[in-house]
Structures are given as C-alpha cells and as structure tokens.
Design a protein around this ligand. Structure first.
Ligand code: ZN
Length: 150
C-alpha cells in the first residue's frame, strides 16, 4: 500500500460534523467491546479532524479517557478528560472518571472536587429530557455499557 498524503493544492476534505458521527459510533462500539487500543485510534482520528464539533470532541475525549482508564494510563486519562471538561461541564461521567484519574495520579484534592461535581450532576435532570434524574435514567444505561466487562 502506497501512502499518498501529499495533496496540498486541492483541499478535498469537506467533511461535515455529521460525517464524524459514524466514527463516534465506532468508538462507542469498540469501548463496549473492550477494544481499548481501537478506541484510542478511532478517537485520535476524530480529534485530529477539524470538522469535529466541540460536543463530538468532548464525547471522543470521554471515550478515549474511559479506554485509557481501563489500560491504567492515568496521566493520559487525566489529560484527555481535562480537555473534555474544557469543552463541556455537564457530564457527570467525565467528572467521575477524571476523579478516578486524579486519585491515581495523586491529585487527591482534585479527586474530591471531581467526585462532588459528578454526584451533583447525577441529581440533575437527565439530558434526554425524560424528566427523571440523570442517575435514574441514562447514567445507568451508560454505566452498564461501560462496565460490561468483568
Ligand atoms: Zn435519560
């Protein structure tokens, strides 16, 4: 396979944010299937893409952090989730996982604050608009998907 990366004259990349969705779906599937290196490569592709929206980046970073958490790459988790939290503040899952990463990288004060933030958000109404608390709605579904190994 020859690697042709030179096409400086013609910008043939007109990818739209919606074109990123299948990659996010792939990252989700790989995460559920415990293919953590696969999650890394898929999310890297998403994050490198200029068309990815802030939400898509945050989701990609969240998946990346979750995969790295499983691989016990805690410094990497901390970095990925700190980036994600710079894009979106409302996701309890990101706070919770960064809390874990903080604890494993000896940032104990940060860990406590992150867990408190996660707990507060879990009592907020779910993002899906069901009217139920997040922890009684999508958190369970998301957590069981993410936890389905072991
Ligand atoms: Zn929900």
């Amino acid at each position: 396979m020859s690697k042709k990366t030179k096409h400086s004259a013609a910008p043939r990349h007109t990818t739209q944010p919606r074109d990123i969705d299948p990659w996010l779906a792939q990252a989700t599937r790989r995460l559920a299937g415990t293919d953590y290196p696969g999650v890394n490569s898929t999310t890297q592709r998403i994050l490198r893409h200029a068309a990815a929206s802030p939400d898509q980046r945050a989701t990609g970073l969240g998946h990346r952090g979750a995969a790295q958490l499983m691989l016990q790459q805690f410094d990497a988790v901390y970095a990925a989730l700190s980036q994600a939290l710079a894009l979106t503040l409302g996701d309890a899952y990101l706070w919770y996982n960064r809390g874990l990463a903080s604890r494993f990288t000896i940032r104990f004060g940060q860990a406590v604050r992150d867990f408190e933030r996660a707990a507060a958000l879990e009592s907020d109404p779910c993002w899906c608009g069901s009217g139920r608390k997040y922890k009684q709605c999508h958190l369970t579904a998301e957590a069981s998907m993410r936890r389905d190994r072991s």
